[in-house]
Design a protein around this ligand. Structure first.
Ligand SMILES: C[S@@+](CC[C@H](N)C(=O)[O-])C[C@H]1O[C@@H](n2cnc3c(N)ncnc32)[C@H](O)[C@@H]1O
Length: 199
């Protein structure tokens, strides 16, 4: 797993490649090994893992082809790679929420879909961070490496993967009763989840 991602071995262990975390979990019956490494150069042999996953990280990685190639390399034949990314259609370099008179999000406008960011530094803060904490926390500064929807899917195909399933999370009616602030996930999808398999 890269960018806090996980890779499962054929045995019972799990290996996690997690920046800034290098420890061994002992509380679980499944032993977890944490490895600090780059998605562009995974320190694992070929065909070592049953599956690999990356959570909301690949769009921050400068060489998508190489990252997907590394995921493909460390998987055994028949293994799968599941990754989530900022939704390429709705979170383009120039996109923002439109709000109503009460400040509620009602739409998302986006442009420059076909001119994706190539390393532009994005500054952001979690939208739901408590107001009293915001003053004490520096904004995140992250270079963005975007790609169109077809760009991502074609890249996975070019790496040798077979595309298997897609998902665009959105709060259900039950979710909204529990957590009303998720209402904007009913306007557009924040993330795209792709599962692809090494033939
Ligand atoms: C938006 S954060 C998501 C982190 C975490 N998965 C989460 O959901 O909270 C993106 C992560 O990608 C990591 N990242 C960026 N470039 C990377 C690379 N080349 N290899 C591994 N991780 C990388 C960053 O360090 C950061 O932790």
């Amino acid at each position: 797993m890269f960018g806090n991602c996980g890779i499962a071995t054929r045995t019972h262990g799990r290996t996690l490649a997690v920046p800034a975390v290098m420890s061994t979990e002992t509380s679980s019956t499944i032993q977890t090994r944490f490895v600090c490494a780059s998605a562009l150069n995974l320190p694992f042999p070929d065909a070592e893992f049953d599956f690999a996953t990356s959570f909301m990280a690949l769009m921050d990685v400068p060489d998508h082809a190489r990252a997907l190639g590394e995921a493909w390399r460390v998987l055994r034949a028949g293994g799968f790679f599941q990754f989530s990314i900022c939704h390429p259609c709705f979170f383009t370099r120039k996109s923002d929420w439109t709000t109503d008179d009460l400040g509620r999000r009602v739409a998302r406008t986006c442009t420059d879909y076909f001119q994706p960011a190539q390393g532009e530094v994005d500054r952001w803060m979690f939208g739901r961070a408590p107001a009293e904490l915001r003053g004490d926390i520096d904004e995140f500064m992250i270079p963005r490496f975007e790609r169109t929807l077809s760009g991502w899917l074609n890249l996975a195909l070019a790496a040798g993967f077979a595309l298997e399933a897609f998902h665009e999370p959105s709060a259900s009616d039950t979710d909204l009763v529990k957590e009303p602030s998720l209402y904007d996930t009913r306007i557009v999808a924040y993330a795209l989840i792709v599962r692809c398999r090494k033939p």
